[in-house]
Design a protein around this ligand. Structure first.
Ligand code: SF4
Ligand code: SF4
Length: 97
């Protein structure tokens, strides 16, 4: 029997050109789901990428520790609510009520 597929609960947004490669985000991520990319940004630093998206909770601990506001995490349900608000539609729970 195959293992159930783990569903991601969050994601991250990275401003790779602002990153200084300090690794705080990687060190403080409680889910160990971000790693340095192999690529360099224009300043010559490796920047973080979401290596294991299924493990991200969207807790934004990475964003809280980044001194340069180069990364932030978001819960997928909050991201969806934001998209619905932008599109002028109500989230499903509000529609039902
Ligand atoms: S949002 Fe939380 S779980 Fe996701 S990468 Fe950032 S610190 Fe890790
Ligand atoms: S904490 Fe910020 S500056 Fe440091 S590696 Fe992560 S994204 Fe880059």
């Amino acid at each position: 029997m195959s293992e159930p597929v783990k569903q991601a609960r969050g994601t991250v947004f990275v401003r790779s050109e602002v990153c200084k490669g300090c690794s705080y985000c990687i060190d403080f991520c409680p889910s160990h789901c971000i790693e340095f990319s192999r690529e360099f940004n224009a300043k010559g630093y490796h920047f973080p990428v979401l290596a294991r998206p299924e493990d991200c909770s969207g807790c934004d601990m990475c964003g809280n520790y980044c001194p340069d506001f180069a990364i932030f995490g978001m819960r997928l349900k909050d991201l969806e609510a934001r998209k619905n608000a932008k599109a002028g539609t109500m989230p499903p729970a509000a529609k039902a009520g």
